[in-house]
Design a protein around this ligand. Sequence first.
Ligand SMILES: NC(=O)c1ccc[n+]([C@@H]2O[C@H](COP(=O)([O-])OP(=O)(O)OC[C@H]3O[C@@H](n4cnc5c(N)ncnc54)[C@H](OP(=O)(O)O)[C@@H]3O)[C@@H](O)[C@H]2O)c1
Length: 409
Amino acid sequence: MSRQRLTLLGATGSIGTSTLDVAARHPERFEITALAAHKNGDALRELCRRYRPRYCALLDEAAAQALRKGLREDGISSEVLSGAEGVQTVAALPEVDTVLAAITGAAGLLPTLAAVRAGKRVLLANKESLVMGGALFMEAVRTSGATLLPALLPVDSEHNAIFQCLPHAAQQCGTSLPGVRKIILTASGGPFRETPFDALRDVTPEQACAHPVWKMGRKISVDSATMMNKGLEVIEAHWLFGMPASAIEVVIHPQSIVHSFVEYLDGSTLAQLGSPDMRTPIAQALAFPERIDAGVTALDFAALQALTFAAPEPGRFPCLALAYRALNAGGSASLILNAANEVAVEAFLNRRIGFLDIASVCDAVLSEAQATAVPRTAPTTVEDAIEFDAAARRVAKRHVAARHSRRGT
Ligand SMILES: NC(=O)c1ccc[n+]([C@@H]2O[C@H](COP(=O)([O-])OP(=O)(O)OC[C@H]3O[C@@H](n4cnc5c(N)ncnc54)[C@H](OP(=O)(O)O)[C@@H]3O)[C@@H](O)[C@H]2O)c1
């Protein structure tokens, strides 16, 4: 069996680290050809020592320069590329079969699209790519000419669970799902599921990032606390599985054991269960259609206590409703919401605005940008997507500044 050659975009992050853990358990199957990150050169140097990739890439030029020096000192011959071009180059290397797309946020769009367009099998964690430009992204997947099919495999645990619950013939993302009535995404409810609403005003970034079940990067942790993450996942599910917003539901399931459900027309509901550990969906996607050990402990049903489910409270989680609003509005609304959220989350992490301001900034930007500053039609080219994203960010920054100055007074 020839080894699958991998590029990991976002190699130093939470998903990147879990993917390396799974791949390292199966050296006969996987070869780490390239690793890419933003500016954490020390972490990438450590990964190069361990995995000896042929290439690595850092977006940040100065960090890449320091990494070149460090690797020379270590006697490691990995070629270091840099800048946006360097990251996109390792996403599309001719010798690579599979690309993990695990860069956070809108920054993942161009490298992920580069991998799709180069015909790679893409394991998608970067949901923001789909939220920004779902139609153009899925069109690129349909015409990608990937040799390993399906060309796109979802890594997000909920979408991976849905994928696993589909009949084999429908496991081609972007195709219609005959016989499916709806899909139900589970949500842990995050760290503030039971916090009194008034107390949310004063929660800190540290509290928001302390997720009770999942260990994740800071941006997605805040998104989980506001439930914007679930909203982005609803939009992601729409594009991946071709379902309308009305056929995508969310249910709170604090134990995070059931990772999602597919409800069929005949009354059957299929679910995928497992320990809350991202190595399971990553291993499923890496080895598809086979199964491999992921290093994850299996469920012990005798020891499991109750599995509970509840509808999300709309008043507590306004970001979820905003995502449905954006999806139903169509055009560039999802892109605008994503841009506003990234700006607001960063401002919250930098203590410029409060936790509840995240939803209010997103709401204000969605209303204002749709009415005035940003084109309402969906982007048809990646250049459009980037331009619309920049315009929405300008609006969002103004709303952040207004809230920041109010907090200061
Ligand atoms: N963590 C989870 O359990 C989970 C689950 C489902 C989906 N996801 C999705 O997976 C993606 C990654 O999440 P994460 O939790 O792994 O994030 P993370 O721990 O914050 O890691 C982000 C990674 O992306 C790199 N990066 C950030 N900006 C970049 C840029 N402009 N160019 C190149 N690399 C860049 C970072 O490099 P540096 O280290 O150099 O900054 C790091 O390697 C997100 O889209 C998230 O929504 C995550």
